[in-house]
Design a protein around this ligand. Structure first.
Ligand code: 13P
Ligand code: SF4
Length: 301
């Protein structure tokens, strides 16, 4: 048995012992995706977190994802294997700044991307993920929308819905660093490849793409496409998922890695289950308010 197989076997045993489930985002390292009970995007994982019968959820993703699972499951133990697995985008919005803007414009709905802190969700009208952002904004009757914290996803939603949207000045460095010349260079090298990108990419990158969608939407697009090659404008680990699910197809990365996602390792998952750490805790007052915005989102699609 290799050391990796040994760790994976111990994780399986510990999982049984604690009646635990492992949820992993599609940006996790391949070896984490392999041991997970479920691999998905932010929306899929929120839904799984609501429906699970497990007592313990080991969340292999970043802080806001584990926090979301904890808020939707107040009676369960939610473990994040590395407390420093953060999301740079989620750190870009603070509740006091949003409240200031909200006070100046009472007719405005605050639509908050799930990539945000529990405190920010708690002062929001509704949450969304990249998979349902367009549907969420279309479901609102407000005349104005403040979209927090990702300006690129906000611009994508404005284009898709035709609604007047005010953007927060936040962005994800993993996607902001994907430049049009990189995409053009790959397209010249692989002319038969289709370009698929995440809506967190800047507009000039999106406008070069054949398809823009959340990770689950890109997965579906690739499965259905008659094309055999794809340039993938998002976090590189997503390609592990695409390759596993589409063995006959070829994928070209843009060389962009999320530091927070990559902090989770097999060793840390094993330790998390052995020591039951690190437990994710959200104060009840914040949890209750944030859960309203999350439940409203889950009711839309
Ligand atoms: P998805 O919900 O599309 O998986 O995106 C989450 C994310 O963090 C993108 O950077
Ligand atoms: Fe956050 Fe960007 Fe990492 Fe997604 S890829 S978790 S938005 S830093």
């Amino acid at each position: 048995m290799t050391s990796r197989e040994k760790i994976s076997a111990s994780i399986l045993e510990l999982k049984k012992k604690h009646n635990a489930i492992i949820l992993a985002h599609v940006y996790q390292r391949g070896e984490i995706q392999d041991i997970a009970d479920y691999v998905g995007d932010s929306l899929d994982l929120s839904r799984k977190a609501v429906n699970t019968k497990a007592d313990v959820i080991v969340f292999c993703g970043v802080q806001f994802m584990a926090e979301t699972a904890a808020m939707l499951n107040p009676d369960k133990i939610v473990l994040l294997p590395d407390l420093n697995a953060g999301c740079g985008l989620a750190d870009m919005a603070a509740p006091d700044q949003i409240l200031k803007v909200k006070k100046q414009n009472q007719e405005m709905a605050v639509v908050t991307y799930i990539n945000s802190s529990a405190e920010v969700k708690a002062i929001s009208d509704i949450c969304c993920t990249s998979a349902n952002a367009v549907a969420v904004v279309n479901s609102l009757s407000y005349s104005h929308v403040l979209f927090v914290p990702d300006k690129n996803l906000g611009a994508f939603v404005a284009e898709q819905t035709g609604k007047k949207i005010y953007f927060w000045d936040g962005y994800c460095y993993v996607h902001e660093n994907i430049k049009p010349d990189k995409i053009q260079y790959l397209k010249e090298k692989y002319p038969d490849a289709e370009i698929i990108v995440h809506p967190e990419c800047p507009a000039d990158v999106r406008h070069l793409a054949d398809y823009t969608g959340s990770t689950s939407q890109m997965s579906m697009y690739v499965k259905k496409s008659r094309h055999k090659e794809f340039i993938v404008g998002t976090e590189d680990n997503f390609i592990y998922r695409l390759k596993t699910d589409n063995p006959g197809k070829t994928f070209y990365p843009v060389n962009s890695i999320c530091d927070g996602m990559n902090k989770i390792t097999l060793e840390k998952v094993k330790l998390a289950l052995e020591k039951m750490e690190y437990k994710v805790f959200v104060p009840e007052e914040i949890r209750k308010k944030a859960a309203i915005a999350l439940d409203r989102m889950l009711a839309v699609v």
